[in-house]
Design a protein around this ligand. Structure first.
Ligand code: GTP
Ligand code: MG
Length: 345
């Protein structure tokens, strides 16, 4: 499946139907009176988050979305039909912005959540509505109100519990492939991964979602390489897994390069909990591992894990550490929400 995490869409809600001017005309019935029905309401344009989607690619091919107009009212007090809503199905984690790309209209973070983006116009009243004791034969009706037309921008920020960051070739995709059923492309050259991949990890009877991201290099925040475009997907992760290739350059330098890019991106990425791991342990000598770990520990100011996605060494430990942080922050946010709602034990 193709991946697209930004899209621009033109939407239009339906016009309301016109009210109707009509009078009851029947044999032997005098003074039939007004019986023009009201117009129907125009359809809304609604965005709805659904499971099973993880790209906005549909909106590359369908950029114009319009709801149906309401039908006009008719004689014999018949109300016009309401126009059908147009529903934009979007992946969970989609944010909807105004045309400027800055003003947030809606943030759909759970499946089933929806937001009305443009309301349909109301239908006009038919002449039956204007009947009063002093005007028993009104000859006017209201026109329907027009719908709204606007341009919106959709931005997908995947919702994963943990995100893997690191330089290209650090072994990020290999790690994801080893711990989940995901099948990311893996190869011996930088920038193999061109867009984020998600996988579900199972450990100790629990599950969490892990995201593999394209590699970062020095200057990514200025657009070098694939840039920091995909870091938006990490914004909602609870924890980062920072993989440092043990076979390549001194681990402390590599580590600092990636940290600098995370800081430059902002949005709180640098403050997220981080698990650091030296990768590809199977192809480094014990002495080199020791040297790299010392360097990495100095730079990261914490004990790094040592893993090999090929032999599986250290992998379980890393997953447990990630799960630990995830569960901790899940509980934390649960407590905060409860307090917010005025809940008392
Ligand atoms: N020996 C060994 N090789 C590994 C290990 N993990 C990854 N590799 C190799 O390292 C190379 C890069 O792996 P990828 O998983 O594609 O690296 P990546 O970090 O996803 O790279 P990008 O997608 O380009 O950012 C591949 O040739 C892998 O086979 C490991 O644990 N041991
Ligand atoms: Mg990759």
């Amino acid at each position: 499946m193709k991946f697209l995490d930004e899209a621009k869409v033109y939407i239009r809600s339906g016009d309301g139907g016109n009210g109707c001017v009509s009078f009851r005309r029947e044999k032997f019935i005098e003074f039939g009176g007004p019986n023009g029905g009201d117009g129907g309401k125009g359809g809304d344009v609604v965005a709805q988050a659904v499971d099973g989607l993880n790209t906005l690619i549909d909106y590359r091919y369908q950029q114009h979305i319009a709801a149906k107009n309401g039908r006009g009212g008719m004689g014999k007090d018949r109300h016009g039909a309401n126009g059908a809503d147009a529903v934009l199905k979007v992946p969970v984690g989609t944010q909807i912005y105004e045309e400027d790309g800055e003003t947030l209209i809606a943030d759909l973070t759970e499946a089933g959540e929806s937001a009305v983006l443009a309301r349909g116009g109301n239908g006009g009243f038919g002449n039956a509505h204007f009947k009063t004791s002093t005007n028993r034969a009104p000859r006017h009706a209201n026109p329907g109100q027009p719908g709204a037309e606007l341009t919106i921008r959709l931005r997908l920020k995947l919702i994963a519990d943990a995100g893997i960051v690191g330089l290209p070739n650090a072994g990020k995709s290999t790690f994801l492939a080893a711990v989940s059923a995901a099948k990311p492309k893996i190869a011996d050259y930088p920038f193999t991964t061109l867009h984020p991949q998600l996988g579900v990890v199972e450990i100790d009877g629990r599950e969490f979602v892990l995201a593999d991201l394209p590699g970062l290099i020095e200057g990514a925040h200025g657009g070098v390489g694939l840039g920091d475009r995909f870091l938006g997907h990490v914004e909602r992760c609870r924890v980062l897994l920072h993989l440092v290739d043990g076979t390549a350059a001194p681990a402390d330098q590599t580590y600092k390069t990636v940290r600098a890019e995370l800081s430059a991106y902002g949005h709180g990425l640098a403050d997220k909990p981080e698990i650091v791991a030296l990768s590809k342990a199977d192809s480094i000598s014990a002495a080199d591992i020791k040297r790299q770990v010392t360097r990495l520990k100095r730079a990261a100011k914490k004990e790094p894990f040592v893993v090999s996605a090929v032999t599986g060494e250290g992998v379980q430990k890393v997953l447990r550490a990630l799960l630990g942080v995830i569960e901790e922050t899940r509980q934390g946010s649960g407590r905060r929400n409860a307090a917010h709602a005025g809940w008392r034990p």
